[in-house]
Design a protein around this ligand. Structure first.
Ligand SMILES: Nc1nc2c(ncn2[C@@H]2O[C@H](COP(=O)(O)OP(=O)(O)OP(=O)(O)O)[C@@H](O)[C@H]2O)c(=O)[nH]1
Ligand SMILES: [Mg+2]
Length: 419
């Protein structure tokens, strides 16, 4: 299985449709009122966690996700059609980042988040009739949809993680108990990327993750296991496998445990089972002595189980214990409220003016939207923008900073107006 855990995706929400400029025409009616309809809203890009997805592979070749634009308004006050939202499914456990910022963390099946909000449609000229303005000949433009380049990261949410020194028998155990077919060999670092396997035990289904062997210094990047420790970050149970032929079982146990602790895996919150492997053909007394030996050096309640993946000894006991722990932890997790939807929107009422030399910089989501809605070729539309600057107190602020009558206010190369 090729394992993809990170993709970069561009999400583009739909633009709002432009408002329409038109006037009512009827036979025998000479001068009808304005009747241009509003534009429709652009589609949002929405992400949804689905149990039916297991990789991000789809997005490797499909790096742009684009929602449709809203339709423009029409005459007779006809509202342009709102575009449908674009909904994309990803595996449960996908986290979405914008740079370093976490946008949304999808941890429950069916959970959704808005990645990019579609632009609002512009008002048609029918909207702008007032006692002073009987025949408005302008309409708003639709707001462009949001665009972001985001990183989708899938941390596999395995229930159970297998850790241990190289050659401890992790992949062999996974192959024995699950549908996975990992590579197995009698040399260290056989496993190069994580393997996942579904294990059905009675009525429970558990996801196991087998990661490359860990060695001393792994948390600082030695060996192969370090990059993959993140895949067991969220497991409920850690199975720590140790070869029973290992001459210093306790020391090996401590060594790996230190590496995991250094990686900061919240080890205290996970259940851990020590699994002594490869016991077939050994006499019972030797096995029991090995268990006792390590048990004496550890807290009383630490679970230790001896198994053989070759003849199946101890495996039923191991799976039974795993399913008990997983079931118990899952009931706790499911009773927690789910995380609310997070959007990338910021406060619309906020605006700020800064002066850089001769130039003013005006920022703020709401005011930027008004600028985008303005048709700069249309004097009425510009005059409305001027009113908004006035009403919001932006001109007042600019005057304080040195704005003079007849100053040119430049938005960009093609768009400007005069104070
Ligand atoms: N006798 C015996 N040998 C085993 C058993 N389980 C695994 N082995 C052998 O131990 C060797 C290593 O097994 P793997 O499953 O590849 O070990 P691993 O922990 O996945 O190793 P890395 O991927 O390198 O970290 C192989 O030769 C296996 O055949 C067992 O129950 N009994
Ligand atoms: Mg392996």
């Amino acid at each position: 299985m090729s394992f993809i855990d990170q993709v970069i995706v561009k999400v583009v929400a739909g633009d709002g449709g432009d408002g329409h400029v038109s006037f009512h025409h009827e036979k025998y009616v000479d001068k009808g009122g304005p009747d241009g309809g509003d534009g429709g809203k652009g589609g949002d890009v929405i992400i949804r966690a689905s149990r039916n997805q297991d990789t991000l592979a789809n997005y490797r070749y499909h790096k742009e996700i684009i929602a449709k634009n809203g339709s423009p308004g029409e005459k007779n006050r006809r509202h342009g059609k709102n575009a449908n939202n674009k909904i994309i499914d990803v595996p449960v456990g996908t986290a979405i980042y914008n740079g370093e910022d976490l946008v949304v963390d999808l941890i429950n099946d069916g959970q959704t988040g808005i990645l990019a909000t579609g632009g609002k449609g512009g008002f048609g000229n029918a909207h702008f009739v007032s006692s002073r303005r009987q025949t408005p000949k302008f309409a708003e433009k639709g707001i462009p949809g949001e665009k972001y380049t985001l990183r989708f990261e899938l941390k596999m949410i395995a229930d159970i993680g297998l850790v241990g020194l190289p050659n401890a028998g992790k992949s062999t155990l996974l192959a024995k108990i699950s549908n996975a077919k990992p590579a197995i060999a009698d040399y260290p670092f056989t496993t190069l990327t994580p393997n996942l396997g579904v294990v059905d035990y009675l009525n429970d289904s558990m996801l196991f993750a087998d990661i490359p062997g860990l060695i001393q210094g792994a948390s600082e990047g030695k060996g192969l296991g370090h990059d993959f420790l993140k895949h067991i970050e969220r497991t409920l149970v850690i199975l720590h496998l140790i070869d029973i032929y290992n001459p210093s079982i306790y020391e090996s146990y401590q060594l790996i445990r230190q590496e995991i602790l250094k990686y900061d895996l919240n080890l205290e919150k996970k259940s851990e089972i020590i699994v002594l492997t490869k016991i077939e053909g050994l006499d019972n007394k030797f096995v029991l002595d090995s268990i006792k030996n390590i048990q004496n050096k550890l807290p009383k309640n630490k679970k230790i189980i001896a198994i053989s993946s070759f003849n199946g000894q101890g495996i039923d006991e191991l799976l039974k214990l795993c399913s008990q722990i997983v079931r118990k932890s899952k009931t706790i997790i499911e009773s927690k409220p789910s995380i609310p939807i997070i959007t990338l929107n910021n406060d619309k009422n906020f605006w700020a003016v800064k002066k850089h030399g001769q130039h003013f910089e005006i920022s703020g989501k709401g005011i930027e939207e008004f600028v985008l809605k303005t048709d700069f070729d249309n004097e009425e539309s510009v005059s409305r923008l001027r009113n908004i600057f006035q009403r919001k107190g932006i001109f007042k602020e600019m005057i304080k900073l040195g704005l003079k009558p007849d100053d040119k206010i430049v938005i960009d190369q093609d768009h400007f107006f005069y104070y």
